[in-house]
Design a protein around this ligand. Structure first.
Ligand code: ADP
Length: 603
């Protein structure tokens, strides 16, 4: 990205604050003019004192002048205090406002992207976070530099330079001669830093992603006692970062030193030249202070220019990553216009192929029909592609090709948000947000009353357990057990009350009693709705209206439990293996013996 491109992108963000910017600029300009007062006053003071001394006059005669000069300098400082306050405060106000708009924009965009965007390895949570933070930070510096600082700085330097030339052409020439050397060194410095900066950016992203991973994997790390290994891994990233940072600092200090040297050479040259001119009686002694202060007024903004140049380069490096996030329009979730008011819920999938953004082809030529008001089960070993079908039905991803119809119309033509409003999704592991149980269940319907929330919790067999907690519905939901968290997800489903329900192993993390309870309540909610269920629990599969069997991304069998069982194919294989894993024969024997005993006693 070029600098102009970045400024063009920033322009709409600063436009709402144009009045504030103009006021700040004016304040700064007044400030830079006020800064020129000191050299004049000092020259006048020195010359007057000198002439008093020459005439053998003393304090009595100079007092008036001293009062006058002090009043002027102090008055200027009082004005300056207000100018500085206004300039800094308004400048900061613009920066803070623009930065929050930029961050909010990034969040808005992130939320509008499809799931594929997040699975890209360059878009892991920690990396995105660093990219947004650093991007906004460096863009803010750019706003400060280009919309607030640069003009007054130039004005300040230019005014001081003009005054210098007016005072004495040779002195002006010395000041001008030093500047190109100063610029050349700054340019070399920036050039040298460019490569390191890019590397720094990558390393910073890697470091925060590493941290996020560490926190996410805390349990596994501890259970396998891999603390040392993980520490080493982070230490390596840290070491690389450290090296790059030190390299940057080294370059900076070296070139900064050179620039200070050049500046001091300028000061020395001006002192020598002015002293010569004073001794030659061409100008008064007051000119020494006058010229040095003027040169300082020229070189101080130039020193700032280097900071601007530096921050501009930094912005070039970091804003690229930031705007990549804002510009990922290809990742925008697609939507259609159909508002599914009277949804029946018949899905027809025909010859669908699907490949994840990572390149894994998860579905091959899949066909199936999900009938409205019926329960359809998807069966298959792990990785067969069952969850992928649900992902496609929710429009989380789009198929590579093939037909997907809902109630006879292309799924893609439906308004994505409206469609998802009518779908209830319960996964094997559902996300529980930081917050209370009440807030977490309310996610199903944001304006639900506490009574409705409690009713949903009762249907999910959760209410009584919540009531036993010291803080009841106000307890921290993330502290609940896996099974209880699962019931929160099911309570959300009851609250949302959608016509279409997708259950992806909803009872996988529940104990046997809870599974039975949840099965009962799911059986109740299934009535009259279109349900797709993925489950390894035979009990939930056998009474489905239709069962589809998948193997390695392909649909291999379909029918009712009886039909598939008799077919002696993949379904039978999975069914028999499940039965064996449950040790059903023995269980059945135990139950038969138990019944016999009861029968004997009764007889
Ligand atoms: P199932 O639900 O039958 O266990 P999935 O539909 O989850 O299977 O997975 C099917 C295939 O797609 C697997 O090979 C899996 O590794 C792959 N897969 C699933 N989710 C993703 C993803 N987000 N990105 C890349 N590949 C994925």
């Amino acid at each position: 990205m070029s600098l102009w491109e970045i400024i063009r992108r920033l322009y709409p963000y600063v436009l709402p604050y144009r009045r504030l910017i103009i006021s700040t600029l004016l304040l700064t300009l007044v400030g830079s003019l006020a800064a020129q007062v000191n050299p004049f006053v000092l020259r006048y003071t020195v010359d007057t004192v000198q002439s008093l001394l020459n005439r053998n006059l003393g304090l009595a005669q100079g007092l008036n002048m001293l009062l006058w000069v002090s009043g002027l300098l102090l008055g200027k400082e009082v004005i300056n205090t207000f100018i500085q306050f206004g300039q800094k405060f308004y400048g900061e106000k613009i920066r803070i406002n623009v930065s929050s708009t930029l961050s909010q924009d990034a969040i808005h965009k992130l939320l509008s992207y499809e799931l594929g965007f997040y699975s890209d390895s360059g878009n892991q949570a920690g990396k995105l976070q660093t990219r947004i933070d650093r991007g906004v930070e460096s863009l803010m510096k750019l706003v400060q530099n280009f919309f607030i600082d640069i003009l007054p700085l130039f004005a300040n330097a230019a005014v001081a330079l003009v005054v210098m030339f007016m005072a004495n052409v040779y002195v002006g020439l010395v000041a001008v001669a030093v500047l190109p050397v100063y610029f050349w060194i700054s340019y070399q410095q920036a050039d040298k830093l460019n490569g390191t900066r890019r590397a720094l950016r990558g390393l910073r992203e890697a470091k925060s992603q590493g941290l996020v991973n560490l926190i996410d994997s805390a349990v596994v790390i501890k259970s396998f006692v891999r603390e040392d290994y993980e520490e080493q891994k982070q230490a390596q990233v840290q070491q690389n970062l450290q090296n790059a940072q030190l390299e940057t600092r080294k370059t900076n200090f070296l070139y900064d030193g050179l620039k200070t040297f050049v500046e001091q050479v300028g000061v020395v040259l001006i002192i020598i030249l002015t002293a010569y001119l004073v001794l030659d009686r061409q100008i008064s002694i007051g000119a020494i202070m006058f010229h040095i202060l003027l040169f300082n007024n020229v070189s101080a903004p130039i020193r700032q220019l280097h900071r601007i140049y530096d921050e501009m380069n930094e912005a070039l490096t970091y804003s690229e990553g930031f705007f990549d996030i804002l510009d990922a329009d290809d990742a925008r979730e697609k939507t259609g216009s159909i508002q599914p008011d009277q949804l029946r819920g018949t899905f027809e999938i025909c010859n669908v192929d699907f490949t994840y953004p990572s390149g894994t082809q998860a579905l091959h030529d899949v066909c199936l029909t999900i009938e409205e008001g019926k329960t359809t089960a998807l069966v298959g070993l792990s990785g067969a592609g069952k969850s992928t079908i649900i992902n496609l039905l929710c429009k989380f991803y789009e198929p590579d090709h093939g037909k997907m119809l809902l109630d006879g119309r292309p799924l893609a033509d439906y308004d994505t948000h409206a469609l998802r409003q009518r779908i209830g999704l319960v996964l094997q592991k559902n996300h529980i947000f930081k917050g209370t149980i009440e807030e977490n269940i309310r996610y199903g319907v944001m304006d639900a009353t506490l009574e409705q929330i409690q009713a949903a919790a009762k249907q999910a067999y959760l209410h009584e357990q919540i009531m036993e907690l010291p803080k009841g519905y106000q307890s921290d939901a993330q502290q609940l057990s896996g099974g209880q968290q699962q019931r929160i997800a099911i309570a959300r489903l009851f609250l949302k009350n959608p016509p279409i329900i997708f259950l992806d192993e909803p009872t996988a993390s529940l104990d046997a009693i809870a599974t039975e309870q949840i099965k009962n309540s799911l059986d109740a909610i299934k009535k009259g709705r279109t349900v797709v269920i993925i489950s390894h629990s035979l009990a939930q599969i056998v009474d489905s209206d239709c069962i589809y069997v998948m193997k390695q991304g392909r649909m291999v069998e379909s029918g009712t439990h009886e039909q598939l069982y008799d077919l002696r194919g993949t379904y039978r294989e999975i069914f028999d293996a499940s039965a064996r894993s449950l040790n059903i024969e023995k269980l059945a024997r135990v139950m038969v013996d138990d019944e016999d005993e009861v029968g004997d006693t009764a007889a």
